[in-house]
Design a protein around this ligand. Structure first.
Ligand SMILES: Nc1ncnc2c1ncn2[C@@H]1O[C@H](COP(=O)(O)OP(=O)(O)O)[C@@H](O)[C@H]1O
Ligand SMILES: [Mg+2]
Ligand SMILES: [Zn+2]
Length: 270
């Protein structure tokens, strides 16, 4: 029998013919041998005259593919702390942060709203919670995109002055495609009328599209400030707590960084 001229699929069924394969060795997805299969099995394949290259053909690559997909999703997400992940596990319970933590957990694990708005002063933990939401979605293999609003607005502005319309579409695509969009620090930085319209579209699309396309926003503005800065349409979306599409929650805790031991001044008592 010339193994080199056989396709991979018949080869796999041949494998099943010559040996009894315990279920736990066989990948449910592709039918090949899983990597956890004891090495001795591969040795007995050698004894049957299989060549090394062909043994690779009966080894499952689903695990490696899944890992590669995860790496791609993580890269595309553009999370703020790719190396030192901020997660729900590392978020410590603090007074004033509990309602936001619970809302973020609901949003991340479901059943939550399509839009979550986290309001709070600098250092209250907004970005940490956004990243924690993103990491939970990635764990479920959902696509995620983190956008620091001032950078996003700059990119939109730049794409407008490049007269290529493609460039605006590319920015809108990177924001609109992922299942979960994390929009950090909206209201920071100036927005022209045109940029504000794009931002309104981004928020409105998520607001109307149900929980498969979710949006979590972080900001440090009251409703009146949001209206003044970003217009009444964005404000009415972000404060729409009546329809059940939006949850708006405040973090009332002080700056976390100021309370860490390392941030204390010498001579301060305990
Ligand atoms: N409850 C918390 N538990 C652990 N770390 C926190 C907590 N709140 C804030 N931090 C940390 O403090 C720093 C500032 O928080 P951050 O989320 O960036 O605040 P904000 O985005 O609201 O300005 C980050 O390093 C963050 O991980
Ligand atoms: Mg922040
Ligand atoms: Zn497989």
């Amino acid at each position: 029998m010339n193994l080199d001229r056989m396709g991979v699929a018949p080869f796999k069924s041949l494998l099943r013919d010559i040996m009894v394969l315990p279920e736990e060795w066989v990948c449910e997805t592709c039918g090949a041998l899983r990597n956890e299969t004891p090495a001795g099995v591969f040795e007995s394949l050698w004894a049957e005259g299989f060549t090394a290259q062909r043994i690779e053909d009966v080894q499952c690559e689903c695990g490696a593919q899944a890992a590669a997909k995860q790496r791609g999703l993580l890269f595309d997400a553009g999370l703020p702390h790719p190396k030192a992940p901020e997660t729900f596990e590392t978020f410590q319970p603090r007074e004033g942060a509990e309602p936001a933590l619970q809302a973020a957990l609901r949003f991340a694990h479901g059943p939550g709203t399509s839009v979550l708005v986290l309001m709070g002063a600098p250092g209250s933990g907004k970005t940490h919670l956004l990243e924690a939401i993103g990491r939970e979605a990635l764990r479920r293999s959902e696509s995620v995109r983190y956008e620091y609003a001032p950078v996003l607005l700059d990119d939109l502005r730049a794409s407008y002055s490049d007269d290529a319309q493609d460039s605006t579409n590319a920015v809108m695509d990177r924001v609109n495609r992922p299942r979960v969009l994390l929009l950090d620090d909206i209201g920071v930085g100036a927005a022209s009328q045109w940029v504000q319209e794009r931002l309104t579209r981004i928020i409105d699309d998520r607001y109307r599209s149900g929980t498969s396309w979710r949006l979590a926003v972080a900001m440090n503005m009251t409703r009146a400030e949001t209206e003044a800065k970003l217009g009444s349409r964005i404000a009415s979306r972000l404060w729409d707590v009546e329809s059940g599409r939006v949850e708006t929650v405040a973090l009332t805790c002080a700056d976390y960084r100021a309370q860490r031991p390392t941030a204390r001044l010498p001579g301060m008592g305990d």
